[in-house]
Design a protein around this ligand. Structure first.
Ligand code: SF4
Ligand code: SF4
Length: 277
């Protein structure tokens, strides 16, 4: 197996991809049960990008990533298909696909593969598609080298920190406990401050505010991967009847419904109504 063949397998599935030596990210592995699937002698990571931004209307009350079909399922299936085709071409090689449920530090992998940069908001920005991409990875025991690594970095313009509604961004990095994305996923009751942040941002799931302002997204190509066949820019209570193809499905109905009820209440009753119901 060669670098060219690995990249060609991803391209055949409609994906932009890059390569990084496993040793470049080995120190940053995360505790995850899926680590048991890593090859015994991992050598290379094929990093595969799945852009998901649709043209036109921005989502009303959820993050862009949750407005498309669940990436775990649809992008995961494409990634598995790439791994299957690689095994077919190289039956003695090991090719293991990881999509989200992964011990790999995905942003670090994608940067090391030369596909983009880490922004000051901690997110990955692809040179081609900006930040609205899912990162998949296939780890192999084949050593093939790395792809070229252009010397580009986030320009540290400060725009993301200046618009963050919860002051979650600072020179120290991202305070995940304050980030609205994490707050909308939190189980149980929200604090008054958290509920107010959710209501004022108008989000039932996730937060894209620091991405929407980022200059690195302005020139990005808008071309969702074909596996994202639909786009639903508004989340409603009716969407919670069937969670199987939703990116928020893993969290269960109760949390998302609580968020939607908070927003509903806020819209009807105004600023003093940011209370858990
Ligand atoms: S808004 Fe500016 S500082 Fe923040 S990630 Fe984008 S380029 Fe970097
Ligand atoms: S996702 Fe939203 S809350 Fe989190 S850091 Fe970005 S702007 Fe702040």
């Amino acid at each position: 197996m060669t670098a060219k063949e690995l990249l060609a397998a991803a391209a055949a599935a409609g994906c932009t991809a890059g390569l990084c030596p496993f040793e470049a990210i080995a120190e940053g592995l995360l505790p995850c049960r899926a680590a048991s699937r890593l090859p015994q002698t991992p050598q290379t990571v094929l990093c595969v990008l799945f852009p998901y931004r649709f043209a036109g209307e921005k989502p009303q009350n959820l993050s862009r990533y949750a407005a498309v079909p669940d990436y775990h399922t649809v992008a995961g299936a494409v990634l598995e298909e790439i791994a299957r085709s690689l095994r077919e071409s190289d039956p003695t090689g090991v090719y293991e696909a990881f999509m989200d449920n992964s011990p790999l530090p995905e942003v670090r992998v994608a940067v090391a593969a030369g596909l983009g940069v880490r922004g000051d908001n901690g997110l990955f920005y692809s040179h081609e598609y900006g930040s609205f991409v899912f990162i998949g990875a296939i780890v192999t025991d084949r050593a093939v080298g790395a792809t070229a690594h252009p010397p580009v970095s986030c320009p540290h313009c400060g725009a993301c920190a200046s618009v963050c509604p919860t002051a979650a961004l600072s020179a120290a990095g991202v305070d995940r406990a304050r980030c609205l994305s994490a707050i909308t996923q939190k189980k149980g009751e929200l604090t008054t401050e958290q509920a107010a942040a959710l209501c004022h941002a108008g989000s039932a799931w996730g937060c894209d505010i620091c991405q929407e302002i980022c200059p690195l997204n302005r020139q990005a190509t808008v071309a969702p991967h074909p596996c994202f066949t639909a786009y639903r820019p508004t989340l409603t209570i009716d969407d919670l009847e069937d969670l199987h193809d939703k990116a928020y499905g893993w969290r269960g109905r109760a949390v998302v419904e609580r968020n939607l009820r908070l927003l509903e209440n806020f819209q009807e009753c105004g600023k003093n109504s940011c209370q858990n119901t």
